[in-house]
Design a protein around this ligand. Sequence first.
Ligand code: ADP
Length: 617
Amino acid sequence: MFLSRCHVPAGRRGLALLRRTIRLCLLGMSGFGLLPGTAQAETGTRDVTIGVLAYQGELAAALDWAPLTRFLDERLPGYRFHLEHFDADSLRAAIRDRRVDLVVTNPGYYVAMENEFGLSRIATLDSPQALSPDKATGSALIVRSDRGDLQTFGDLRGKRLAAMAPDAFGGYLLVVREMLAKGIEAESSLKEIRFVGVPMMRIVEAVLRGEADAGVVRSCFIEQAAARGELRLDDFRVLADRRSEGAADAAFPCGLSTALYPDWPIAVTRTIGHGLSKQVAQALLAMPGDTGMAWTVPADYQSVHALYRELRTGPYAHLRDVTLAGLLRRFWPALLALALVLAAWGVHTVRVEHLVQRRTAELRASLRARDEAEARVRSHQEQMEHLSRLSILGELSGSLAHEINQPLTTIGNYARSLLRRHADGRLTEAAVVEAAGEIDSEAERAGGIMRRIRDFARKRSAVREPVDMPALVDSARKLIEGMLLQAPPIVCENSLPPGCEVLADAPQLQQVLLNLMKNAIDAARELPPGRQTIAIRLEIVDKRLVVQVIDQGCGLSPEQQAHLFEPFFTTKPDGLGLGLPICKTIIEAHGGRLWAQSNVPSGMCFSFSLPCHAVSD
Ligand code: ADP
């Protein structure tokens, strides 16, 4: 780098060899401390190691940077500065292992190391031939001068390119960016890219031998090599030379195919303290011109960042990593966490699903069990109701026989009367017609009683339908009057509006009415006939149909009334005590209520209410 500023007036191979020999000697003398300014280490001095990226090989680097160590040794007597030369990989390892204190390297490498290891630049080279410290270094795309077919970047399509390394700044990346700016993607457009490594002269040789159609070298490299007699400038041409294009960089002294970037920086690593950094920076800024090397304040390296960002390499290599594998590599902890969360969620979902299914099955089973239990209860209730009806019939059966007997006796009397008249020869047609009419009406009467009893006693399932309550009360009254030997008067007081109906099972309601009437008759049986009358009242109270069965019988004490609706409560010697509980169940199943209270001045009043189904005006 530095030698680019020492214009050695030599062009022949012999001189070049001589220079190489001198360099070796200088290096050797420097190593033994024989050169002026490289004083022997004194007791108490601190060693400071300067790592240098030696892109032209160690020897050239040693010669290039020797003035730097000499100068620093002189200016900072308490320290002894050593140069160490590295290729890209070994310099990175040295920085990582804290084996170097200062680093001198190209802008690209510096930006990469700044990002990776926190290198901090303290000064930038100030070359006299650079346009400015910010515009000091670029690349030249060299071709053999006899290759007239190669004039522009576009001509490189399908050609072979020699470069230093995939991450070489001036030796590759600058040209790649330049090609990209012209819409040419280097890797896919070129036939071959051959990376030849250091020293850079290998690229020149590859082009010269025809192994590559073009080569990427640092700007001014071929001019310096020619000056040293290592090549002939006439053998080469710089492709798309910006100077010949009359661009803003036309004043640059060397062939240039790319934009210009800042010059090399010197940077401190984390091994070096602030005090020494400051001393070195001050010394470098004050480095006199006669040393052949000048430094200025640190340049702006944003253009280098922009290059890396654009090419998605170096510190911005992760931007290129958008493949699935790349994303996995970068985000595996987050992806792993996400996968774990998803797995946990999946397990949770499966578990919840399993629990829901199990619970649903349990619920279904319990619902089924409940339905079965309800069906059983319904069936038992129907049986109970049936039994209760049969019980009522049983209680009334004594009178029933008598009641049936009456029409049968009448029928018998008429039949015998006809036979007698026939024997006496007095049988007239009128007598036959009268007897037959009576026989028919008595048979109808007996048949009616039997029909009602059969309907009442029939085993059946409940059906809800509109019921005309006054008609139902009347039929219950007729049934009980038909079955009882001496039925007391049953008076119905109907205050219902016309068309008032309830939605109910008529036989069940009839059973309730019969039970209440029978109990009322039983309670008044021993009383004088004037007090045996049963009253049945029908009225609307609070939009509900209320039926009251009122007697003036023996009544019940408050204690007895408290147990009235309990099963098996009875005061009768042959009673079952099931009638009222069953009535209560029937009424409540219809959405109604059954209750009892004492009647004034005597007896009981049993009432039940039902929701009205319809009331027509
Ligand atoms: P059972 O008639 O078989 O005894 P019920 O459940 O129909 O069964 O009646 C239970 C009891 O309630 C009767 O034994 C009777 O003591 C009493 N009871 C029911 N109705 C009346 C009433 N109108 N007056 C007085 N006591 C009544």
